[in-house]
Structure formats: structure tokens, C-alpha cells
Ligand binder design. Structure first.
Ligand code: NAD
Length: 322
């Protein structure tokens, strides 16, 4: 049995795949675990103990964390608004992953445990306008999170808190705000806005049919964090003394129309936008208040949306052409 293993649950997914790469660079012995067969992982890294296991099952969690000093839980049934608004039960079943992983990590006397929460925990009533006030950590309460997915995240945050308080398992929780970048989902129904818009504009360019669908009126606002910032922040939060859930997101607020403007600029063309008003939309506006992460870590995400989208666009372009 190998000791000092760092486990990445959801290692076959978007953020998990990048985190595994970073941990290898840090010289860690890594075990990546995901429910998908290895052939479907977004990145498969050499020199890693890669395992296909369903972490909703307790026995699988025990096998996953054997000999682990650190566990990063990035495994969840998730996707963009199109997925989470139509699959609430599946989203809530991710509670089994975090609950069983916490129990197994406690049994295995793991040193540290990280949970990837989401901005979807924030109360809906604080996100009703496009010029929304950025969300502070305390805005999650009184609770009225995104139905299904957000409730699971909020509950699992509290499980982490109580395992820390009652069982002395060192837990860390980050609330990710929209992460995008290479090696992520860009089609199939689980993709999020940045990858979806890049794909649509690329397809428009390649096909010569210069029209794309935009969900809603395009005036809804969000912030988007590039993957390298997400990985840096995750690593910093895991190694910090921060015991409360903390925002990890960009504070560069844009509308979806502005996002399309940037992608058009990268593509060097404009498209006709068909607004699909009855598409799943989520909240009207959402931004990350980064006061706390600046104060605690003297750091916040810094890759501009334009720079991150350029890299993402090129990667999706190459994938579509391949
Ligand atoms: P992803 O879908 O690419 O990765 C999640 C991985 O978890 C997938 O590979 C999936 O197969 C795996 N998984 C699902 N159920 C599993 C199970 N029962 N056992 C083992 N593996 C299982 O998503 P991502 O974007 O990499 O997200 C990682 C984490 O970050 C998730 O918890 C997600 O909720 C959270 N998050 C992501 C974003 C974002 O914008 N990407 C925003 C907020 C929170």
C-alpha cells in the first residue's frame, strides 16, 4: 500500500484533470478516480494510479482513499444550466459521493479534505438583476440556493464543516464561480456558456452559416474564471488555514452578449444571434466578491477573460477540426 497519496476524485473530469497535472508538477504521488471508463477521461496522465470507481458507493470510496494523506473531491454529476435545471435528482445524488468520501477519509485518518462547492449555493433573491452586487460568502444564508444542484452543494458544505468540528477532519471548501478552459466539456448538453459560445461561433465559421443560438436575451451577467486560476486557488485554499467556505472566482462581470462579443473578436467575424427566450437561464446576475480571498491569501484570479477565452477557443477549434 502506497502512503502519502493525494487523491483526486473526479480526476477524469475537467477541473480534476488539470489538478492532477498540477499535483504531478508538485512532485506528489497521485491517484485519480472517476466513474467514467478511462477511455472517456478528458486527460489521462502517465505515472498516476488511475482508477474507474463509482464514488457513490462506500466500498469504492474506501478503496479510493486507502493510504491517502489528502483528498480533493471534484466528483459530481454536473453541467451547465441546461443540465442542472433538468436533472435535479441526479445532481442531488452527488451527496452520496461527498458523504461516503468524508466517512472513508475519516476512517483512513486522512490529513486534509477539499470539497468543490459552487456559486449555485447563493440565495436566489440576491441575484435578480444584471447589475448584481457581487456575492459575499455570508450571502448563502438565509438559504435559497439553486434547486437540486445548489442544495446538494450547500448540504455537503455543512457536512464538511461538521466533520471538521466534530471529528477533527481538516476540511477546506471553495465556492467555484464558472470555470472554463481547455480539456473541458464543450458539447453534449453539459457544457457551460464559455465553451458553448466558442463551439457555436467556431461551427458557424467552419460551416459558413453565420447564425448562433444564444440562451435568453443575452443580458444576463456572470463572471468566468480561467482554469489555471482555479487550480492555483484550489491549491492555495487546500493548504491554507481557512475553515469556512470561500469564493474562488473572477470578479470580472460580463453579460452573455459581451462574452459573445469577445469570442467574435477572437474568431475575427460577427454572427447573427438568435435569442432563445425559453431556454434554461439560472439567475439574472452573479458575480464573485473577492474581498475575503484577497484578505486571507493576498491573491485572487488574474487571467483576463479575453486571454483565457483565446486559449479555450483555440483548443475547441482544434478539437472540432480533428
Ligand atoms: P466535470 O463534469 O468535468 O467533472 C466531474 C467528474 O466527476 C466527471 O468526470 C464525472 O465522471 C465524475 N463523477 C461523477 N459522478 C461520479 C461518481 N459517482 N464517482 C466518481 N466520479 C464521478 O466537472 P468539473 O467542471 O470538472 O467540476 C468539478 C467540480 O467542481 C464539481 O464538483 C463541480 O460541481 C464543481 N464546480 C464546477 C464549476 C465549473 O464551472 N466547472 C463551477 C462550480 C462548481
Amino acid at each position: 500500500m502506497a502512503n502519502d497519496v493525494t487523491v483526486v476524485a473526479g480526476g477524469g473530469g475537467f477541473i480534476g484533470g488539470h489538478l492532477v497535472a498540477r499535483l504531478i508538477d508538485e512532485g506528489r504521488l497521485v491517484r485519480a478516480v472517476d466513474r467514467k471508463p478511462l477511455s472517456e477521461w478528458y486527460q489521462v496522465h502517465a505515472g498516476v494510479d488511475n482508477r474507474s470507481l463509482d464514488l457513490q458507493q462506500m466500498e469504492a470510496c474506501r478503496a479510493a482513499v486507502e493510504g491517502a494523506t489528502e483528498v480533493y473531491n471534484l466528483a459530481a454529476d454536473m453541467g451547465g444550466m441546461g443540465f442542472i435545471e433538468n436533472n435535479k435528482a441526479l445532481c442531488m445524488l452527488s451527496v452520496l459521493i461527498n458523504t461516503n468520501l468524508l466517512l472513508a477519509s475519516q476512517e483512513a485518518a486522512t490529513d486534509r479534505y477539499f470539497f468543490s462547492s459552487s456559486a449555485c449555493v447563493y440565495a436566489a433573491g440576491k441575484q435578480v438583476t444584471t447589475d448584481v452586487t457581487a456575492l459575499k460568502e455570508d450571502d448563502a444564508y438565509p438559504a435559497m440556493p439553486e434547486d437540486g444542484y445548489g442544495w446538494e452543494k450547500l448540504f455537503s458544505e455543512r457536512m464538511c464543516r461538521h466533520f471538521l468540528e466534530d471529528f477533527s477532519l481538516t476540511t477546506r471548501v471553495a465556492r467555484y464561480h464558472n470555470v472554463y478552459g481547455e480539456h473541458g466539456t464543450y458539447d453534449g448538453g453539459r457544457e457551460k456558456a464559455p465553451a458553448a459560445i466558442c463551439r457555436k461561433v467556431i461551427q458557424a465559421k467552419l460551416s459558413g452559416d453565420h447564425e448562433i443560438d444564444v440562451w435568453g436575451d443575452g443580458e444576463q451577467t456572470r463572471s468566468f474564471m480561467y482554469i489555471s486560476d482555479c487550480i492555483d486557488g484550489t491549491f492555495k485554499i487546500m493548504t491554507s488555514g481557512i475553515t469556512e467556505p470561500i469564493n474562488l472566482g473572477s470578479s470580472e462581470l460580463v453579460s452573455i452578449n459581451q462574452l459573445v462579443d469577445i469570442v467574435e473578436e477572437i474568431a475575427g467575424m460577427t454572427v447573427k444571434r438568435n435569442y432563445i427566450l425559453d431556454a434554461p437561464l439560472g439567475v439574472r446576475g452573479r458575480n464573485s466578491d473577492n474581498t475575503r480571498i484577497c484578505e486571507y491569501l493576498n491573491w485572487e484570479p488574474s487571467v483576463s477573460l479575453k486571454a483565457g477565452l483565446e486559449r479555450t477557443y483555440r483548443w475547441i477549434h482544434d478539437e472540432l477540426q480533428a
